[in-house]
Design a protein around this ligand. Structure first.
Ligand SMILES: Nc1ncnc2c1ncn2[C@@H]1O[C@H](COP(=O)(O)OP(=O)(O)OP(=O)(O)O)[C@@H](O)[C@H]1O
Ligand SMILES: [Mg+2]
Length: 243
């Protein structure tokens, strides 16, 4: 094991224009396993991922990947080092077919045959739809395609922003089975979710954010217990699922 975490935030603050939205984040993500990052709308989850992916620079503090300070504006360098972000909304080209969406990923050096084979072995539903425009796939199939595209780069760390958005619970469960499988194969995963239950069911550790700060962190089971007790007594029983 290396002596440093795979991803680390040290005293990180971030702002859009003059408005600070992250107010001092300290967090470490060790190699292996799945970390759930939970929190309500506007808590700062996507901003955290944008900093990790080098899309945005902190105003204070630093973000490190594999021991090296991330320089914002160098997402392609980070991709080569093995960090891959699937942003909120589905990262597919709607007007290209499934096959063409995969083909685009050969820029990372893999052959078309290899990228397709890996994608279709893991997601047979994509093989049946290889000539279909990605925009006409179901939401769950589009997320499968996003995952398949990300995997074409053989990432060490995968950052997934709201994989479940707009999808039926049964589809979300299926996607999370794939996420668990990826982690079992050695990919370190960070999943951002507003809805806690499914993410916590596969995660080993968890972070809860509120208003630009981390308000809980620890083992997924411990965080789940705290969330559960915090919501006991609320009028809506579903509330325990949303933090
Ligand atoms: N491009 C932007 N310009 C200005 N403010 C922004 C921008 N993006 C995000 N913000 C603000 O930063 C704060 C954190 O937003 P962020 O998108 O990180 O939250 P989130 O936890 O991902 O929320 P959600 O669950 O709704 O996706 C919010 O107050 C949001 O309004
Ligand atoms: Mg977000």
């Amino acid at each position: 094991m290396p002596d440093h975490p795979l991803l680390e935030f040290r005293g990180v603050r971030a702002a859009y224009e003059e408005v600070e939205v992250l107010h001092g984040i300290d967090a470490t993500f060790d190699e292996g396993g799945i970390t759930a990052v939970l929190g309500a709308n506007g808590a700062g989850k996507s901003t955290l991922l944008a900093l990790a992916a080098g899309i945005m620079a902190p105003t204070h503090g630093e973000v490190r990947f594999d021991g090296e300070r991330i320089r914002a504006g160098s997402p392609s360098t980070l991709a080569r080092k093995g960090l891959c972000l699937i942003p909120e909304g589905r990262g597919v080209f709607p007007n290209l077919t499934v096959g063409e969406n995969l083909w685009v990923m050969t820029h990372s050096g893999a052959t078309r045959r290899h990228v397709e084979q890996c994608a279709f072995d893991r997601f047979p539903r994509l093989a049946e739809r290889r000539y279909q425009h990605a925009g006409t796939l179901s939401g769950g199939e589009q997320q499968m395609l996003s995952l398949a595209r990300a995997l074409a780069t053989s990432p060490r760390m995968l950052l997934l922003d709201e994989l479940s958005m707009g999808l039926a619970p049964i589809v979300v469960d299926e996607l999370y089975k794939h996420v668990a499988q990826l982690a079992a194969e050695g990919v370190t995963v960070v999943v951002v979710e507003q809805f806690a239950r499914t993410a916590l069911s596969v995660a080993s550790s968890a972070i809860v954010m509120a208003n630009g700060r981390i308000v809980q962190k620890g083992a997924a089971s411990a965080v789940e217990a705290v969330l559960h007790s915090a919501y006991l007594g609320r009028t809506t029983p579903q509330a325990a699922d949303s933090v």
